[in-house]
Write a protein that binds this ligand. Structure first.
Ligand code: HEM
Length: 365
């Protein structure tokens, strides 16, 4: 409802308290995210060495962004991701089997959260026993404690520095080795700190987001038993279900940019240094683009949602996230006749304005 009112308020809405802008319509969110000439992704003037994420690809503008992206794309290729499918299936099946013996599954902590953490740990080539550590870091990074946020980037940097040292002595066939080989090969490549930033970003950008995609998908299907029945009869609806969940429950609700120089943007006087919040979650419910936007419709076509962003920063992990969601849903549809919640009452949402997801949901298996 708040998003609907804000969309009606115009292309950009100024908040004089924080001196920042917010955009809510599909058209303006799409344009702001793609317009790197006027809107920078670098939020800090001089990112410090203590915050590798601030110096990572997510926060860089061209030409540095392009250099990083092409180096990383070599290591994190479609072939590498597609090759993960059998392992992802095995992990998803094991997680469900473990729950089956108890008769119930807590969707978030027992399925949607461990799945992406184990997958990225295997891809990077770090022991999956370390996943409690990763989970703790992911939580601290999206939490509200700034001291913890900084401390945890230090811990992660130290962790990956050791991983990189190990592989410079003994290369393996994992993603860290591939990143080192493609990124640090010559003087035109990336620094060790930049590779560390990339490892951290891969670890954290993909976990919470994919967890929320998978659990929201199960939540939407629990609320729509007819759709679940159709999926059981026709697995061809699975990709549409994933896209519609991305639109309907966008895991990343908002991304930020910084105005590069004073300018007039659609009649709004924006000033250098001001922040702009692009509300992806609102754009994906824009009634001007999506007919009947509050309806969860797995046959919606086209479905031009902006859940993975737009333009040069378009999510590097989109293929992996879609693959994990697809395999997760296949495994569930294969095994569960229906999705039945074991508790009554409303589901509790994550208390975050940035991320959308449910805290927990117990279902029968
Ligand atoms: C960028 C969303 C999963 C890695 C982005 C952006 C969005 C996004 C909106 C654009 C940020 C911007 O424009 O500033 C999501 C969602 C996911 C997901 C909704 C799951 C459903 C993943 C996964 C990985 C990943 C699994 C990797 C393992 C990245 C990276 C970038 C990025 C590295 C930065 C790309 C660049 O700056 O060029 N993601 N993501 N994401 N994502 Fe994802």
């Amino acid at each position: 409802e708040r998003y609907r009112q804000q969309r009606a308020a115009g292309a950009a809405v100024y908040d004089s308290d924080s001196g920042s802008w917010s955009v809510y319509t599909h058209d303006s969110v799409k344009r702001i995210l793609a317009d790197y000439e006027h809107f920078s992704s670098q939020m800090q003037e001089n990112p410090s060495e203590d915050e590798p994420i601030e110096g990572s690809i997510l926060r860089r503008d061209p030409p540095k962004h392009k250099q990083m992206r092409s180096l990383i794309a070599k290591a994190f290729s479609a072939k590498v991701v597609e090759g993960m499918e059998p392992q992802i299936r095995k992990i998803a099946e094991e997680l469900l089997d473990r729950a089956a013996s108890s008769g119930s599954l807590e969707v978030v902590s027992e399925f949607a959260s461990p799945l992406p953490v184990i997958v990225i740990a295997e891809l990077l080539g770090v022991p999956s026993e370390d996943r409690e550590l990763f989970k703790g870091w992911s939580d601290d990074l999206v939490g509200n404690d700034y001291a913890r946020y900084l401390q945890c980037q230090k811990e992660m940097a130290a962790y990956f520095r050791i991983q990189i040292e190990d592989r410079s002595k003994q290369p393996t066939d994992d993603l860290i080795t591939a990143l080192m080989q493609s990124c640090m090969a010559d003087e035109n490549g990336l620094s060790e700190l930049e590779v560390i930033g990339m490892c951290i970003l891969l670890l954290v950008a993909g976990n919470e987001t994919t967890t929320n995609l998978i659990s929201s998908m199960i939540m939407c299907l629990e609320r729509s038993p007819e759709t679940y029945g159709e999926l059981r009869r026709d697995r061809g609806l699975i990709p549409g279900t994933i896209e519609e969940t991305l639109r309907f429950c966008s895991p990343v609700q908002v991304m930020e940019r910084r105005v590069k120089a004073d300018m007039d943007w659609n009649g709004h006087a924006m000033q250098a240094g001001q922040r702009v919040y692009a509300f992806i979650g609102a754009a994906n419910h824009d009634e001007g683009v999506f007919a009947d936007p509050e309806r969860f419709d797995v046959t919606r076509s086209p479905n031009p949602h902006l859940a993975f962003g737009q333009g040069i920063h378009f999510c590097l992990g989109a293929m992996l996230a879609r693959l994990e969601a697809k395999v997760a849903l296949h495994v569930i549809v294969d095994r569960l006749e229906r999705i039945q919640r074991l508790e009554d009452g409303p589901l509790e949402r994550l208390n975050s304005d940035m991320m959308f997801g449910v805290k927990r949901m117990r279902i029968q298996v």
